[in-house]
Each structure stands twice: as C-alpha cells, then as structure tokens.
Design a protein around this ligand. Structure first.
Ligand code: NA7
Length: 532
C-alpha cells in the first residue's frame, strides 16, 4: 500500500478533536475525524449524570481562539452545567461547519504505522480502512470508564449506571433505593441531587475526599460585560497562570509556615467564602510541603465537622490524606446531604465491597439492597482511551508494550517509535492540572505549526528521539517529586485502576513554562525530534 488518502485523522470530537479539525481545515489539510459518540462533546457528551458541572468557571472554560465566538456565546452560571457545555460544543460544531468532516458513532479500532511509506493505516469498527500521514489522538483524559471488577457485578437484577456513560434520556430515581459507589468529583456532584429524588440513598465511600463549596450562582450581566470588554487581555493573563485560569483570583505565593494562625484562618476563610479551586491559592506551598498542607487540610476538616450533624458521620467524611493531591472537588451541598434521614454512608475502606448480588451490595457481612446502583468509580485516566486502540508503531511495536511500565512521551505530544502520531493533552503534558481548553488550544496550535513545517519542507515523518523522551520523562517525574502529588492514591498516578503502573502522568511544571518549552523546541527546528 503506498497511497495516502488524507493528511490527518483526528480521533475524537470533544473539545480537542473539534479544535484540531477546525485549525487543520483552515490550512487546507485534508482531514477527517472519527467519534465514538453520536455527536460532538466528548467527555461532556457522555457525562450527563445529575449535577455534572465543570470545576473551572464558565467564562474561562471555553475556547479563546475566536473573539467573535467568545463575545457571542452567553454563559448563564458561574460553573456551567453539563447541558450548557454540550450546547456550546454543538454551537461550535455548527458555527465552524465541522460535522461534515466527522464520522459519528464510529471508533478507530486500529492504527498501524507503515514504515515504508511513512503513514498510518487505520481501521474503524464501521468497517472502513484508510491511510493518513498523521494520526492525532484527541481521545480525552477522562473518557475510558473504570468499573471495578466486583465479584458478581453482572448478577444484579436492578438498574446500573456509570456516571461516565449516563443515559441520554436521564434517570428518574423517584421512589427508588439507590446505592452510589465512589466519592470522587462525579459522586460528590451527583449525590446531593440523587438524594433529593431517591427514596433512600446509600453512599459507599472508600476514600473520603476534600471538597470546597462552588457557591454557584447565575452570572450577572455586569460581570459578563466586564469580562467581555477585556476578554483577550483576560485570556492572555490566564495563559500566564500555572493552571491556565484564575488570573482574577486572589493568589498568594508566601508560605503557610511563615504565617501566623490569624492570617492562615483569615485567608482560608476568605477563599472558602469565594469558593472553587482557587481555595488552594491561599499560600504558595500548600501542595509542596506536608507541614504547610496540614493546617489547610485541618481547616477543611473543621468545615466538614461544622456541616455534618452526626459526629461519627462527620469523621468518616474527613479525609486523612494531603489536601490537593487527589483532585480537589467543588460541590453544592455535598456534606450537608449526609444530614438527611434518607441518606447513609458506608465506609468500604476497612471492609471493601465483597460482592454484588442479585439484590445489592455486600460489605462487612451485610447486604444492602437496591433498585439501582450508580458506579461513580471514575476513569482509566489519561492513557485508557489511547491504549484501547490497537496502535502499532515502527517494527510493529504496540503502544501497550511501549507503555507497559507507564506512559513515556516527549512533551506529552509524541512518543518514540510512533512517528507522525500526536496526542492532545497526553500524559507528560499539563492537561488535567490545567484549564483543559487552554491546554488543548496550546497543543493544537503547536501540532498545526508542526504540520505546516512538515508540509512546507516536504518532510514525510517526524518522530520523538529516545534521548529527548527519556529526558522529558525524568524531568516530569522530578518536578512531580518536589510536590505532594505522589503521596496519595489518585487517578493522576493511575492508582485507582488495579494493576495500572503507578506513574504521575501529567506534567506539573505549569502551563506557561511548558508552553515556552514547546515553542522553543519548535523554533529550534523541532529539537528532540527526527524529521525525515
Ligand atoms: P474519581 O475521582 O477517580 O473517583 C472515583 C471514586 O470511586 C473514588 O471515590 C474511588 O475511591 C471510588 N472507587 C473506585 N474503585 C472502587 C472500589 N473498587 N471500591 C470502592 N470505591 C471505589 O472519578 P470521578 O469520576 O469522580 O472524577 C474524575 C475527575 O472528573 C475528577 O477528578 C474531575 O477532574 C472530573 P478511591 O478514591 O480510589 O479510594
């Protein structure tokens, strides 16, 4: 086979896939996208569970590349609910006429690199085979569901749901006995709403999580106008933030350890009242030094104790790990939900779930009977969706083999042995530690420039060098080692999926530094890449 059908295949039509498509079409690349869902939106297409919301504020969690778009779109709430984010994704697809280029309801099942001709041969579950010079994996970081392999899981006779693949038509829990397994962000967002509907809700908690209030509210016109009047400047300032958002938030770089108790309490209380992820910006070393972290964690534990009436339940809800090392959650009425008579909390840390039966969940010798079980058990994050595709690079090496001990990339964009393949917000890039849309745009722009460079120089193939990749893996690991992020069992580390290698996957050096490195690599004729 020596004929190449198209320039690029983009796998996925979430925010990463859509922008890649748009950007490459603008430059007249011949490009096609494949999307497993029946429509655009990616993670926001699948995650329709009650209470699903972004934890980055709506005026920031949106594309920045077109001022007309950001002026035209009207967000209604401080934190956009899933349906509004999905409407936005649809608006983007229509506005830039992306749909004709996307094959929906279709998965790319294999992608094999042909060394002789320097292109990828892809096949889909729709039976199509095609060749493409570039393969761009925009498969998302939280798109491959993790459902634990509980004994007897298929024997349950009631309804089962996973928050990451919620039915489009919604679910009515009225009058039902519901069990929710998992207290990460999806559990914390959905539990208060399911509790309102269900006859009785039982929450199975393995690890208590820290959550700060969202103080979600309708956006007022004045605020929207104020942001829109200076949107480009606001976006530019956000790009200079470590996480790509929050330039208007109050942020302090001094140490908790240098502050007296009054200042610590004042700052934390002010941030608690403001709500949101900015809470951790009260001091500069909260996720760096254990002693600094301890007083902040205790502040939140005290807030939990204030909200939860039963002291035993309150203590169970108090996390014992470092705050911030598992992703901080942002909630509406989570802890107070446990004051309801029709909500109970079951600790499955000491006594894990033994099995799922026809009737419900068994732990510690007791069977809890349900009409419905909700798995809020998270994702095989960052690598799950990449490794599900049978990707084979040079010499037929599979990506599964290459990443058997954990993902290895150069810049989180590319991996040695797999020429002409790029990952958007892949492991080794800031991705999930940042405002995803800002990181997506940075990656897509870099890839687009790279493809333009390849085209104008009539290059066939570009591949990360092994040395460059080794350097990047060590650097990313070293930086993570200077923080507290490796100290708990988070999905950042793959610790939530049994058997997954324990490697801290995102690059934690901050978006501005990372973007500067990427730009520098490009300007230096793609240093660390071999170009043919
Ligand atoms: P998370 O944050 O990975 O949460 C999954 C939850 O499911 C978490 O509480 C897990 O406990 C729990 N879990 C997983 N496996 C089991 C078993 N076997 N038994 C009991 N409990 C289990 O996923 P989310 O969907 O909530 O959030 C993902 C991200 O989406 C979030 O961080 C935001 O960025 C948006 P564990 O903590 O592993 O002990």
């Amino acid at each position: 086979m020596s004929r190449v059908d198209i320039d690029a295949v983009v796998v996925g039509a979430g925010f990463a896939g859509m922008y890649t498509l748009h950007r490459l079409l603008q430059d007249n690349f011949k490009v096609r996208s494949f999307e497993a869902g029946d429509d655009v939106g990616g993670t926001w297409y699948w995650n329709r569970y009650p209470g699903a919301r972004c934890d980055v504020q709506s005026m920031e969690y949106s594309y920045t590349f077109d001022d007309d778009l950001q002026q035209a779109w009207e967000w209604t709430e401080r934190y956009a609910p899933q349906p509004e984010i999905l409407s936005y994704a649809n608006h983007v697809a229509d506005r830039y006429e992306l749909r004709p280029h996307i094959t929906f309801g279709t998965r790319v099942v294999s992608a094999h690199y042909n060394e002789e001709s320097s292109f990828w041969i892809l096949s889909t579950d729709g039976g199509e085979t095609l060749t493409s010079q570039f393969l761009i994996m925009a498969t998302g970081c939280l798109s491959s569901m993790n459902t634990p392999d509980f004994k007897g899981i298929d024997s349950f006779k009631g309804e089962t749901y996973h928050t990451g693949q919620w039915p489009q038509e919604g679910v009515d829990f009225t009058g039902k006995r519901v069990g929710v397994i998992g207290t990460g962000s999806s559990g914390i967002q959905s539990i208060p709403i399911i509790a309102e509907e269900a006859d009785h809700l039982t929450v199975f908690q393995r690890t208590a999580n820290f959550s700060v209030p969202a103080h979600n509210q309708l956006l007022d016109e004045e605020f929207i106008e104020d942001i829109k009047a200076t949107y480009p400047e606001f976006r530019a300032n956000n790009r200079q933030m470590m996480a790509g958002f929050g330039s208007r938030n109050e942020r302090h770089e001094d140490s908790v350890l240098d502050a007296d108790e009054t200042l610590i309490q004042e700052r934390l209380e002010a941030n608690w009242q403001r709500g949101g992820l900015g809470f951790l910006g009260a001091f500069g070393d909260i996720v760096i030094k254990k002693e600094a972290n301890a007083s902040v964690a205790e502040f939140v534990r005290n807030k939990i104790r204030e909200q939860v009436v039963d002291p035993k339940v309150a203590e169970l809800l108090c996390p014992d790990q470092v705050i911030g090392c598992k992703r901080l959650c942002v909630d509406t009425n989570y802890y107070k939900t446990f004051n309801r008579d029709d909500v109970s909390l079951v600790d499955v840390k000491e006594h894990p779930i033994d099995e799922i039966t026809e009737k419900g969940v068994v732990t510690n010798g007791k069977e809890y009977q349900f009409d419905a079980i909700v798995f809020a058990t998270g994702y095989d994050a960052m690598t799950g969706s990449l490794l599900k595709v049978d990707i084979r690079g040079r010499k037929g090496q599979t990506l599964q083999d290459k990443w058997a001990a954990g993902p290895r990339t150069y810049l989180g964009l590319s991996t040695y042995g797999f020429p002409n393949m790029f990952t958007i917000s892949g492991p080794g890039s800031p991705s999930v530690l940042t405002n995803m849309i800002v990181s997506i745009e940075q990656h897509v722009n870099w890839i687009r420039d790279c493809l333009m460079y390849m085209r104008s120089n009539q290059h066939q193939a570009i591949e990360a060098e092994l040395d460059a990749e080794d350097y990047w893996v060590v650097l990313a690991n070293d930086i993570a080692g200077q923080t507290l992020f490796k100290s708990c069992n988070s999905w950042y580390l793959g610790a939530n999926v049994p058997g997954k290698p324990r490697v801290f996957m995102p690059f934690i050096g901050g978006l501005p530094t990372y973007a500067e490195i990427c730009d520098d690599v490009a300007q230096d004729n793609y240093r660390g890449f071999t170009v043919e």
